[in-house]
Design a protein around this ligand. Structure first.
Ligand SMILES: NC(=O)C1=CN([C@@H]2O[C@H](COP(=O)(O)OP(=O)(O)OC[C@H]3O[C@@H](n4cnc5c(N)ncnc54)[C@H](O)[C@@H]3O)[C@@H](O)[C@H]2O)C=CC1
Ligand SMILES: O=C(O)C(=O)[C@H](O)COP(=O)(O)O
Length: 403
């Protein structure tokens, strides 16, 4: 059995060796080779039985034809639009993804964007926050923004349609309420069909209708926000604060928008170490199931153990607060752990070629998550409201004993 995997998936060689050693004892051969860049070569595909990819590899009927032995494809991502699931089914290929795997990292990204803007302008956004898509990443983002003290609502008509009445009080289908919000963050899959397509959800008309100084964040897929509409908004000097992690024509970015964008990053919102390593690990768990070898999961280390090579991404961050923290303190704690400005600077300094975009992503530095933050505080920490807010920010907390 031969596994072909994207070379930049962290720890893929270590986990494949664990499978190989365990299967060897049963007389089963399990080998690994890796491919560099976006697409594997026809030669690499010809000998592959299993394929592990990331969001940059396009899988369609043509690729599948070049891979006659392939029986299983796994993507270490939440998004799946790069894989033609129908073509996989027609070719009798099992396709799996890793739902939710880097949602915490995306939530941290949004929290950092809003925290930085608030700290720079000296005030939290004065108005509601609309989260588009109440799934894994949208919930993670909304929860953190509530922790910062903002009023959050979720726009998700498809979910509303299928929802039972319980637990969906904050979800609605009122697009006008979205457009009136002071912060809007997109967390939807890229879809062109169905009742609620997300392709160009933010078109000329919607963007022109946004309130002054609206913070519009897109960390989902580039084409959810029409780049042409952003160009028009820039041209008419519309007062917007746009944060883009994803681009309509990746790996080519819209260079001419850069000076107008508040923050611009290289599709790294989900790239915390836990998100990336978790993706690889989750695929090996999936593969054990596909191979009908459930005992293989016992040779897979825990995520915590696998993250040991990145000490900067697993260290604790600790802050003292004798009094209730101000929003400025909360925002600067977020920024201590993940500062979006560093990623923004890296993209602006890079050359605007696709290769530079891919290189930034491939060589991304080790990133921690907000859940590594801990607040040591006084009596105020006994209040459930504060405990709740820190939990929403995914910080842990300890109340100091009074002397
Ligand atoms: N920038 C990055 O690094 C990352 C980007 N992503 C992108 O974010 C997307 C969302 O991820 P998750 O939240 O984990 O997905 P999810 O599947 O958990 O949630 C998506 C939600 O969007 C809703 N939705 C679908 N169409 C909609 C529409 N027209 N209007 C409003 N809501 C709609 C769905 O009902 C669902 O509740 C992924 O598909 C992926 O493309 C995900 C992870 C990292
Ligand atoms: O999970 C997704 O969907 C994403 O967009 C990923 O975070 C992108 O990461 P890579 O696939 O490029 O590692």
């Amino acid at each position: 059995m031969h596994l072909l995997a994207d070379a930049s998936m962290p720890l893929v060689a270590q986990l494949a060796k664990a499978f190989s050693d365990a299967l060897h004892e049963q007389g089963i051969s399990f080998t690994l080779s890796t491919f560099e860049g976006r697409q594997p070569t026809p030669e690499q595909l010809a000998s592959a039985d299993l394929l592990m990819i990331r969001s940059i590899t396009k899988v369609d009927a043509e690729l599948l034809q070049r891979a006659p032995r392939i029986k299983w494809i796994g993507t270490a991502t939440i998004g799946t639009e790069h894989v033609d699931a129908v073509a996989c089914r027609d070719a009798d290929v099992t396709f799996v993804s890793t739902p939710g795997v880097n949602a915490n990292a995306v939530g941290d990204y949004v929290a950092s964007a809003v925290s930085n803007i608030a700290l720079e302008q000296g005030a939290l956004p004065n108005g509601e926050v609309a989260i588009i898509g109440a799934g894994h990443t949208g919930r993670a983002a909304g929860q953190r923004l509530r922790g910062l003290g903002l009023k959050v609502h979720f726009y998700d008509p498809p979910l509303l349609q299928h929802a039972t009445s319980q637990g969906y009080d904050d979800i609605h289908n009122d697009w006008q309420r979205v457009l009136k919000s002071q912060v809007i963050s997109c967390h939807v899959p890229l879809t062109k069909d169905g009742d609620y397509p997300t392709y160009h959800l933010f078109s000329d008309r919607s963007i022109a209708a946004l309130v002054d100084d609206c913070i519009l964040i897109n960390a989902s897929r580039g084409a959810v926000v029409a780049e042409q509409a952003l160009r028009s908004a820039k041209h008419r000097k519309q007062r917007l604060q746009v944060v883009l992690d994803v681009w309509e024509n990746e790996p080519q970015i819209a260079v001419e928008l850069l000076p107008w964008l508040r923050y611009a990053t290289a599709h790294i919102a989900g790239h915390s170490v836990a998100g990336k390593v978790g993706g690889t690990l989750r695929l090996f768990h999936e593969l054990a199931g596909f191979l009908k070898q459930p005992q293989l999961t016992s040779v897979l280390p825990s995520l915590k153990h696998l993250m040991q090579p990145w000490p900067e991404a697993i260290r604790d961050y600790c802050w003292q607060a004798n009094e209730q923290p101000t929003w400025q303190m909360l925002a600067s704690w977020v920024r201590d752990i993940y500062d979006i400005r560093i990623d923004d600077k890296l993209l602006r300094q890079a050359t605007p070629e696709p290769a530079a975009f891919d290189a930034l992503r491939r060589t991304y530095s080790a990133r921690a998550e907000l859940s590594q933050g801990m607040v040591v505080g006084g009596r105020w920490l006994a209040q459930s409201e504060w405990q709740n807010r820190l939990q929403q920010l995914t910080f842990s907390h300890i109340q100091k004993q009074e002397q």
